[in-house]
Design a protein around this ligand. Structure first.
Ligand SMILES: [Zn+2]
Ligand SMILES: [Zn+2]
Length: 303
């Protein structure tokens, strides 16, 4: 459960980006399902390269299986986009990798999917290039598969987009290709139930958070005060525009050797500025695992 800005919602642990033997994954669909079901996941989106899967004919072992695809239209500088569409019809036939990227995205959204910008750091895309795309519902802040060359984290490009006025929520994904990719980043979806329709609606509305471990149980923003409750974390920061931010706690905040205390709640008195600002919570636990809330907008002063 989560108190999501005043609404009590269930949370569903979801894998939103993976590959099986339908494309270049090493694991068969039933192996992927078994691994994630045994690890306590509630939902898995099958997102093979250029291909959907007949997920409705498969036994999800209690998990909701979502139909999707990783789409690769051509991007700037000859680099292919990696756009993960979740919620595509299983018999989706509108995908044309030769079409302009925006058309590929728009058609998928038209068909009911949410489109996620996958691993921009690994791909080599700048925030300005991502900003040229419309109709994206999220960006991957963390992608396990891309850690093999040290490009798993996308916080900077995410915040650059927000600074440029494109404020998107973020997901964490395994982008599972092989066993080493299992269970290192996931998305907690805040929804009424685990039906595909409810999960997709929550994804469209940005009602989720990304995590590698820390759990968030309350988010609140009222009367210019941002509050959150979460599992024990040693680094808690309210991230916002440009060089600003709200440090709640960081390890060694009084200098090296300071006892590293974990906290489970944060309260941030938000300062309004001349222009609207974005604000997101970034947590890190003792094991170094992050969690990231979706940015909310803080109105300008006097509004
Ligand atoms: Zn990819
Ligand atoms: Zn992928």
């Amino acid at each position: 459960m989560i108190d999501f800005y005043g609404r009590r919602l269930n949370t569903y642990k979801a894998l939103l980006h993976m590959h099986c033997t339908t494309s270049d994954g090493k694991l068969a669909p039933e192996e992927v399902i078994r691994h994630y079901a045994e690890a306590g996941y509630d939902a898995v989106a099958f997102t093979d390269h250029h291909a959907t899967n007949p997920v409705s004919t498969w036994d999800g072992l209690g998990m909701t299986l979502l139909s999707g695809m990783e789409m690769h239209p051509m991007g700037p500088r000859g680099i292919s986009w990696h756009i993960v569409a979740v919620g595509l019809p299983e018999d989706y036939s509108e995908y044309d990798r030769e079409a302009p990227a925006q058309d590929v995205i728009d058609r998928a959204v038209q068909a009911g999917a949410v489109c996620i910008c996958a691993h921009p750091y690994w791909s080599g895309f700048t925030s300005a290039e991502i900003a040229s795309l419309k109709n994206l519902s999220a960006i991957e802040v963390y992608n396990t598969a891309t850690r093999y060359i040290g490009k798993a984290y996308n916080m900077q490009v995410w915040d650059e987009l927000s600074d440029a006025g494109i404020v998107l929520p973020a997901v964490a994904v395994d982008d599972t290709h092989r066993p080493r990719d299992l269970f290192k980043g996931w998305t907690m979806i805040a929804a009424k139930d685990a039906s595909p329709a409810s999960l997709l609606k929550a994804l469209k509305r940005g009602e989720f958070y990304a995590t590698q471990g820390p759990e968030i149980t309350r988010l609140s923003f009222k009367d210019d005060v941002f509050e959150a409750d979460f599992s024990p974390c040693v680094e808690v920061i309210g991230m916002t525009n440009l060089s600003r931010g709200y440090m709640v706690t960081v390890p060694d905040q009084e200098g090296p050797g300071e006892p590293c205390r974990a906290i489970t709640t944060a309260q941030i008195k938000v300062v309004r500025r001349a222009t609207p600002a974005w604000l997101r919570l970034q947590l890190r636990d003792r094991e170094g695992r992050y969690a990231w809330s979706a940015p909310i907008m803080v109105p300008a002063e006097g509004v």
